[in-house]
Design a protein around this ligand. Structure first.
Ligand code: PMP
Ligand code: GLN
Length: 381
């Protein structure tokens, strides 16, 4: 018998991307773009490699990147993390999430998180010996029920884990919702960890606001970001956490023994990327708005119920109108039947075995790929 969990789980992304390969399917499951990031970003990483920047970076990240992250927080949101001790660069947002849970959560503690939640949240909380307490977002609006939040907080609650823009529903918390969350966090003296990796993927009509900027929140908030989404370089795995030195220090204390540090040349690439002008960010979101419209209109025409996302590059749908109450069964059969891959939202719930009709599709693909995916669904459904 091997030590460890009786049945190690494989993430849904690994399962579905393997199915996509096996069936030559159009992969609208795992969220990674087909195109590489902007040329000047790739060039900056290549130049760093050629300049011999190929050894360990400082544990908290290269100074140029920490400066760029702090400047980005200041220019976009008026926040002022110290580049010296208020920023830590991580191996993707995934490491920032795991390190912060391991830093703040003790065995027996509870972490309240918006459900459905990105799959690594529950795993990270459980690695730390804690329990995740779901704060449910329900169809059709997927708005958080603020009246319920207070009741979920107990004397064992250590962290409120937020995600806005939200994967998989596309919900972007608005000012009033953030204010209510902040009031409660202050009242109940909660630590807030906020995953904002889709901060630059927010569509017209909504606005991303970091909860760290609300009254009383700076000292109790750790904000998590990632370059993978904004600069279309998910494989570089450059993420970060920012906040007051006291919180960032605790995260560094764990992170130094997880990876110590990673991706020196990529860190230089992202330092250059974060300095991209507003035109880059505006063009990025405009491009994605078009892809969203193409995919959501196509899926609606096929009979799915479509829940318009306010942000991210995902759309949650319901396959119930097509006769499927079980999204997992629907998604497992889809590659063979239609040559398309999608993600069943039920894997993002505290009870991943309970069947749900919601299915997530990504639109971080070129128009031709989205059109091909829709065409295959049209023929095979
Ligand atoms: N948080 C959310 C909400 C995500 O969707 C993802 C990636 N899909 C991550 C974190 C992980 O980011 P990274 O690739 O930078 O580790
Ligand atoms: N964040 C990506 C998604 O939600 C996948 C990341 C992963 O493969 N672990 O699709």
């Amino acid at each position: 018998d091997l030590p460890g969990p009786a049945k190690p789980q494989t993430t849904i992304f690994t399962v579905m991307s393997a199915l996509a390969q096996r069936h030559g399917a159009v992969n609208l499951g795992q969220g990674f773009p087909d195109e590489s990031g902007p040329e000047h970003v790739v060039e900056a990483a290549v130049a760093a490699m050629r300049d011999g920047r190929n050894q360990y970076p400082p544990m908290p990240g290269v100074p140029e990147l920490r400066e760029a992250i702090a400047a980005h927080q200041r220019d976009w949101y008026g926040l002022a993390p110290s580049p010296e001790d208020g920023v830590v660069v991580t191996a993707g947002a995934t490491e920032a999430i795991a390190a912060s849970m391991l830093a703040f959560v003790r065995p027996g503690d509870e972490v309240v998180a918006m459900e459905p939640f990105y799959d690594s949240y529950k795993a990270a909380v459980e690695l730390a010996g804690g329990t995740i307490v779901p704060w449910r977002l329900d169809a059709p609006g997927f708005r958080p029920d603020l009246a319920r939040l207070g009741g979920l907080v107990t004397e064992r609650t250590r962290v409120l884990l937020l995600n806005t823009p939200h994967n998989p529903t596309g919900t972007v918390l608005d000012r009033a919702e953030l204010e209510a969350v902040a009031r409660l966090a202050v009242e109940r003296d909660l630590l807030v960890v906020t995953d904002e990796v889709y901060e630059h993927l927010v569509f017209a009509g909504s606005r991303h606001e970091p909860v760290a900027g609300l009254p009383g929140m700076w000292d109790r908030t750790l904000s998590i970001g990632s370059a993978g989404k904004t600069f279309s370089v998910t494989g570089w795995k450059i993420g970060w956490a920012t906040g007051p030195a006291a919180l960032v220090d605790r995260v560094k204390g764990v992170k130094q023994y997880l990876t110590f540090a990673s991706g020196t040349p990529f860190q230089y690439g992202i330092a250059a990327a974060l300095g991209s002008g507003r035109e880059f960010y505006d063009g990025f979101v405009a491009d994605y708005a078009e892809r969203r419209d193409l995919l959501t209109a196509g899926l609606a025409a096929l009979g799915f119920t479509v829940y318009e996302p306010q942000g991210t590059y995902f759309v949650t749908t319901s396959a119930a109108p097509l006769g499927y109450e079980d999204g997992m069964a629907f998604c497992l059969g889809l590659p063979e039947r239609c040559g398309v891959v999608a993600i069943p939202n039920q894997v993002f719930y505290a009870d991943p075995a309970a069947a749900r009709p919601e299915v997530r599709f990504t639109f971080c693909k070129p128009r031709a790929v989205l059109e091909e995916g829709l065409e295959r669904l049209r023929k095979g459904l």
